[in-house]
Design a protein around this ligand. Structure first.
Ligand SMILES: Nc1nc2c(ncn2[C@@H]2O[C@H](COP(=O)(O)OP(=O)(O)OP(=O)(O)O)[C@@H](O)[C@H]2O)c(=O)[nH]1
Ligand SMILES: [Mg+2]
Length: 461
C-alpha cells in the first residue's frame, strides 16, 4: 500500500471513529477457546444469516432495519485477511470439519448497512453504515501479554513455579536436568539452539496435554513470520542460575528484552490497545474434563491476560485518541456440548471462574455480560426414555470415533468444584464434529444473536 493509500485509509477510519461509525471488536481466548469458529460464525450471521428467525434477539434484524452486511472491499493490502471463505468451506463440505488452528494474525473488515431507527439520521439518510473490524490470531500469542509486566528473572521464577505443579512436574524434569548440567559461561550459538530445541519440545508436550494453558513464549510454539529469529532462542533458566552474571544469563536476558520490545509490545499496540468491544471466550468444559489443576491454571491464565486490557466508558475524545473497551462479553464457548438446561449453570461457572481474575482489573468500568453460547452448534437436543422417565439428551458426531452418539453429558457445576469433587468425579463432556449443512443453510448457533445484540445493538440504533 502506498503512503497515500495508507493515509487515506487512516483518515477514513478516524472520520468514522469520530462519527461513532467504526467498531473494533477483540475476540480474546486461549488456544482452542473457539475464536476462529466464533469469528467465522459471526461474519456468516451478519452477511448471510440475517433473518429474524435465525437472529431473533438481534434488535436491528428483528425490527426489520438491517439492510445487510458485506465484507469490506478496500481492506489495506498489507493486512493479512481473515480466511473467512476458507474456514467456511470446512464447515460446508460433505463431511464437515472444524477450521484449522490459527498460525498467524489476520483481520476482516465488514460494512454493516442499516436504517437508523431514531435521531436525525433516520429522517435524513436512506441508510447508515457501521464499519466493523475483527482480528484473529493464535491463542498462544495472547499468553505473551503478561510478559510485558515481567523482567527475565521474574519470568524464570514464574515459569519454574508453574513447572513445579503436579500436572507439569514430571514432564519438566528432563529439561530441568539439562539446565542443571548446562555450562553457564557458554553462550555459543549451538548451546543456545540446543537449549531452545529442548524447551520447545517441552512446550509442545505441555500444549498437547489437556489443561496446560500458560505456555510461554507463544512464538516458540507458533512462530509465525518470526521463525528462525535469534530472539526466539529463549528459555527460562532455573532462578538460582541467575544469581551470578554469566555469558548465558546476559544473552538470554537480552533475547527476552528484545522479544518483549520487538514482538510483544508491537503486537499488543497493533491489535489490543485499540479495542472498543471485547468478547472473552472461555472453554470451561474442557478445563473441567482435564481436572482440578487445569481449572486452576485456566483461572490463573485469564487473570494474567485480563490485566493487559484497558476498560472504561467511551467518549468522543477517547474514541479518537485513547480507545478503551466499553463493553465486554464473557462467553462460555461450546455450550452445545451440554444440554440446554445446563446453560445457566455454565454461565454461573464462568462468572465464578472469572471472579478472582477480574478483581484486579479495571473491567468494572465497562459494561459486561456473561452467557453460554455456541458459535456453531454441533449437537441436537432430544429425549430418551429411561425407566419410564423422559431424560434430556444430546446427539452429535463424536469427534474421536466419527460415529453418531446420543448421551446425557452430565451436570455442569455452577461453581468451580473443589479438589474433593475432582478426586471423586471425572467430568467427561463430549466434543462433536460439525453437523452437515444443507446448501445455503444458516450456521446453527446458540445465542449468537444475544451476543450480537450486546456487542453491536447500541451502535445500530
Ligand atoms: N461444538 C462446538 N465446538 C466448537 C465450537 N467452537 C469451537 N469448537 C471446537 O473447538 C476447537 C477450537 O476452536 P477454534 O475456533 O479453532 O479455537 P481458537 O480459539 O481459534 O484456537 P487457536 O486458533 O488455536 O488459538 C474447534 O476445532 C472445535 O473442535 C462450537 O461453537 N461448538
Ligand atoms: Mg484460531
Amino acid at each position: 500500500m502506498s503512503w497515500l493509500d495508507k493515509l487515506q485509509h487512516q483518515s477514513r477510519q478516524l472520520r468514522h471513529r469520530a462519527l461513532d461509525r467504526h467498531v473494533r471488536l477483540g475476540v480474546t481466548g486461549l488456544s482452542g477457546a473457539g475464536k476462529t469458529a466464533f469469528i467465522t460464525s459471526l461474519v456468516h450471521q451478519l452477511t448471510q444469516g440475517d433473518s429474524p428467525q435465525n437472529l431473533p434477539f438481534f434488535g436491528v434484524v428483528q425490527q426489520g432495519r438491517y439492510l445487510g452486511g458485506r465484507l469490506a472491499a478496500e481492506q489495506a493490502l498489507t493486512i493479512p485477511r481473515f480466511p473467512f471463505e476458507h474456514n467456511l468451506s470446512f464447515l460446508q463440505q460433505q463431511q464437515p470439519q472444524w477450521p484449522p488452528s490459527t498460525t498467524g494474525w489476520s483481520q476482516l473488515s465488514l460494512a454493516l448497512r442499516y436504517k437508523a431507527g431514531q435521531g436525525l439520521r433516520s429522517h435524513l439518510q436512506s441508510y447508515s453504515e457501521l464499519e466493523l473490524d475483527i482480528v484473529d490470531y493464535p491463542g498462544e500469542w495472547l499468553l505473551d501479554l503478561p510478559l510485558l509486566q515481567l523482567d527475565y528473572q521474574q519470568w524464570c521464577e514464574f515459569s519454574w513455579q508453574l513447572f513445579a505443579k503436579p500436572h507439569r512436574q514430571a514432564l519438566a524434569a528432563e529439561f530441568k536436568h539439562l539446565l542443571v548440567d548446562t555450562d553457564l559461561t557458554d553462550a555459543s550459538e549451538s548451546q543456545l539452539q540446543a537449549l531452545t530445541d529442548a524447551y520447545k519440545k517441552l512446550l509442545q508436550q505441555f500444549s498437547s496435554t489437556a489443561g496446560t494453558y500458560l505456555n510461554q513464549p507463544g512464538r516458540l510454539l507458533v512462530p509465525g513470520e518470526l521463525a528462525g529469529a535469534p530472539m526466539l532462542q529463549l528459555v527460562p533458566l532455573l532462578p538460582e542460575q541467575l544469581a551470578e552474571h554469566t555469558a548465558l544469563t546476559s544473552k538470554l536476558t537480552s533475547h527476552y528484552q528484545s522479544y518483549r520490545d520487538y514482538v510483544v509490545k508491537p503486537f499488543y499496540k497493533q491489535h489490543f490497545s485499540q479495542l472498543d468491544r471485547q468478547v472473552v471466550l472461555v472453554d470451561c468444559l474442557s478445563a473441567l474434563n482435564a481436572g482440578a489443576a487445569a481449572t486452576e491454571e485456566l483461572s490463573q491464565a485469564l487473570q494474567l491476560i485480563m490485566q493487559s486490557f484497558n476498560y472504561g466508558p467511551s467518549s468522543l475524545l477517547r474514541r479518537l485518541f485513547k480507545p478503551q473497551i466499553s463493553k465486554v462479553l464473557f462467553a462460555a464457548s461450546k455450550a452445545d456440548h451440554v444440554t440446554p438446561e445446563q446453560h445457566q449453570a455454565l454461565t454461573l461457572l464462568l462468572q465464578n471462574l472469572l471472579r478472582q481474575p477480574l478483581k484486579q482489573t479495571t473491567y468494572q468500568l465497562a459494561k459486561t455480560e456473561a452467557m453460554a453460547l455456541a458459535a456453531l452448534s454441533a449437537s441436537q437436543t432430544g429425549y430418551i426414555e429411561q425407566s419410564g422417565q423422559k431424560q434430556v439428551c444430546l446427539s452429535g458426531i463424536d469427534s474421536e470415533s466419527g460415529n453418531k452418539i446420543s448421551l446425557f453429558p452430565g451436570d455442569v457445576p455452577a461453581e468451580v468444584p473443589d479438589d474433593t469433587v475432582f478426586a471423586s468425579h471425572k467430568f467427561s463432556f463430549p466434543s462433536f464434529l460439525p453437523l452437515s449443512l444443507a446448501a445455503n443453510a444458516n450456521l446453527p448457533h446458540i445465542r449468537m444473536d444475544h451476543a450480537l445484540q450486546f456487542l453491536l445493538g447500541d451502535k445500530l440504533r
